[in-house]
Write a protein of this length. Sequence first.
Length: 217
Amino acid sequence: MNPFIRILCLMVLAALLPSLSLPAVAALACVLLALYGWLAGDHFERLLRGLSRLRWLFLAIFVLYLGFTPGDPVYEQLPGLSREGMHEGARRSLVLLDLLTAVYLLLVSTPIPALVQGLNRGLRPLRAVGVDPTAFSLRLALALDQVGGMQERVNALRSKKASLLDAAAELVRGLEAHPESTPAVATSRMLEPGPAPRYWEWLLPVALWGLLWWSPI
């Protein structure tokens, strides 16, 4: 699938997710997790780490809606905790889970050069208002390339060091001593818009929009 179409599908999903019902976002979570396991099963630990980093946000969303949404109490002894709040807290938490899973799925299934090319193609209409998509894509390409290289170095250092702090300090010392070792990115190829989406591919975000907008659940 063309990388721009993948990005467009993610945007459609992000736009319609908040309006879906609890059964719909729960079903979508199952579909996305199954798709992630099928397409990127080797990187499932990466998704789990990302979800773990947001565990307190998930808990805060659930508790906030549970305790501050008026409605029928879950227990008569606890009038501040409503069934409507439990329902909405679970729905909002699943919306965040779906969106995060979709973002990780896009990142692990799309190489960085293709991702930047897709973004560059999507931003081309902004030239009419004076925005330079090439400059933005260049900065993004350099940032993504640096992040990937830094992560590999940190992982390599952590295999030798017991502490993440020690690994980070060693990385900084290495960069200061050998700045020329910082990875470079092939910007000329990454900044090309890439091939245009095939005609039938434009139907995918439209179909996704229709499926989510008129969801039967």
